[in-house]
Structure formats: C-alpha cells, structure tokens
Design a protein around this ligand. Structure first.
Ligand code: ZN
Length: 314
C-alpha cells in the first residue's frame, strides 16, 4: 500500500538515573548524544537523544531519566515495545559480548533470528536491548569509542508485544503501509520504506500475557519517520478518516509529531525528518549544551537548578 512512512524514526523509553543512562548509551553502546534537552511535557526532567553523527531518523534512541522523581518502576508486557534492537556488522558479536560483560550488562546469546545471530542484555534501568549482526551500510557514529567496523549502525528494529497481534498486523499493513516480510515461531516481521535494518518491526502475540505497565525501565513509544509536514498530515487525516484517535501535531523542536495507539495497545508516533538536531546548535557540538525550546527559555534558570548536573559523555 502506498505510504509516506520511510522507516523507524526513534524509540523512547523511561529510564532511571541520568548519569548512568549517559554512561551506558554513550559510553558503552557508543551512540552519540545528539541532544540534551528536557521533556517538553515535564520540563524538570531531561530528554536525551542518542544516535549517529547527526541523529539520522532510524538511528535514534531517546530517554527520559526519571530517577529520583517519584515515578514508579514499570513492567514490560503486552501492549508495549518489549525489545529494542540495534544493528552491528557481521563478525562483531564476540567483541560486543566482551564489551557488555565488562560493563556488567550480562549479555546472553540469542538464537539466530531470521538468520541473524545476536545478543540480548539489559541497560541499567532493566530495559531489554538486543544487537543483531546484519548487512547495514549506515555509518553509525564515527566519533564513538568503538572502532567504526564494530560500532552500532543504528536501530535494527523493535519487537512489539501486541495484545491482539492479528489486529496490530492488519492495522500496520492496511493503514500504515507495512508489508509482512516473514514469520518465525510466534514472531511476524513487518517492514516499511525498505527491508533492512531501520525498517523493521517484529510483532509477537501477547494475547493473555501480563499487560505492560508504564514507568521506569519500559519503552514509552516507537516513532516512524515521514519526510515532511505534508506527509504527516496525510497520515493524520488517513487515521482520522478511519476513526482512530490521533493527537494534534506537537512541535518537538527537532521534528513534528503525532501520536496514536495501535489496536494492540502500543503507543505509536509519526515524526517528520525535518528540521533535525542541528536546528538549534552546530552539528559539531550537538548534545553538549542544555537546549530548551523557545517557550521554556524564560524558565531556564529554574529548570537548570532543578535538573541533576551531568557531564557530557565525550
Ligand atoms: Zn517520540
């Protein structure tokens, strides 16, 4: 089906301590911190964006570090993204196993998934991450502490545990333009805008499983990329015409967003690729200064005083 969705844009999770999150995502995984800002809906909490050199859609992992802010720990389960997967090159798993063991992340081997071997591990908040060896010509972050051949290239995909997998798959194929690529066990692989890493959503049937509960240590939503506002409006209108509940367009400063729930309970976002993370600071120094949206600048002093101080990771 004709769809303007190009692939994944980003995955966003609620995590625990800010400093520990930076140390893990930038220091251990070797992603670039491309933006240090605040949660636009709760400005006394950071919002960290990690990705490749410029934060290209499809490479972006983002976190809200809620440690010490009174938020409960969540529970991964049905109606959520239950694993976030990154792509690395063939032959690099031994390196990653050692690196993750040294960081205390206790990696375990994954049975090859659609032919690709991988590792599974948890971040300091308990989020489930995976890395899979995959053919992927994206460059990753050349300034990473990991050499270019073995560095993370970007998101491989996500695993959705749907409360109603058949409905989720029907919605994603008929409304969002995904194609069913393959099935393996209880896993159905869908792709959009391409077939490789960065275009992949695996759906698992979570019917009858314990429902997920939002909070620290859980993924909040997954976002898909469209190029422009016009394409986003087309998708918004398509969803509304079919009776889905969609938010108005939200200005996220680096992209524009709409949000809706798919029928299996997972929160989806459609985000524009424009204008990107160099919209308010030079590309060379992304992520170093605390950036606030213009409407929060008058509150900078109060916000800075309330946020825990953190060192930039690199
Ligand atoms: Zn988002």
């Amino acid at each position: 089906m004709n769809s303007p969705i190009r692939g994944l844009h980003h995955v966003t999770a609620t995590v625990d301590d800010a400093e520990a999150d930076l140390a893990f995502a930038a220091g251990v995984l070797g992603l670039r911190l491309v933006k240090k800002t605040v949660n636009f809906d709760d400005p006394f909490v950071y919002h960290f964006y990690y990705g490749d050199e410029t934060g290209t859609p499809g490479t972006i992992w983002t976190t809200f570090p809620y440690g010490g802010r009174g938020l409960r720990h969540g529970r991964a389960g049905a109606g959520q993204v239950t694993a976030t997967t990154f792509a690395v090159s063939a032959g690099s798993l031994d390196y990653w196993r050692e690196r993750l063991e040294a960081a205390g992340a206790a990696p375990g081997a994954l049975a090859p998934r659609f032919g690709e071997p991988g590792l599974v591990f948890r971040d300091p908040s308990g989020l489930i991450f995976e890395i899979l060896e995959a053919a992927d010509d994206r460059r990753g972050w050349p300034g990473s502490p990991i050499d270019a051949a073995r560095a993370i290239r970007g998101l491989h995909g996500v695993t959705l545990t749907s409360r109603a997998a058949a409905n989720t798959i029907e919605f994603m194929t008929t409304v969002l333009g995904f194609s069913v690529e393959a099935t393996e066990g209880d896993r159905t692989r869908l792709t959009v805008g391409g077939r490789g890493p960065g275009h992949i959503v695996d759906v698992i049937d979570g019917y009858g499983r314990q429902p997920g509960m939002g909070g620290i240590g859980t993924v909040h939503h997954v976002a898909f990329a469209v190029a422009t506002r016009a394409e986003q409006e087309l998708m918004r209108q398509r969803l509304i015409d079919l009776g889905h509940i969609v938010t108005p367009v939200q200005d996220r400063q680096y992209f524009q967003s709409i949000y809706f729930r798919e029928p299996g309970g997972v929160l989806f976002e459609i985000a524009t690729s424009e204008p990107g993370f160099a919209a308010d600071e030079p590309a060379e120094s992304l992520g170093r200064a605390l950036k606030l949206p213009p409407w929060q600048e008058p509150n900078r002093q109060t916000i800075e005083a309330a946020l825990p101080p953190v060192e930039p990771p690199l």
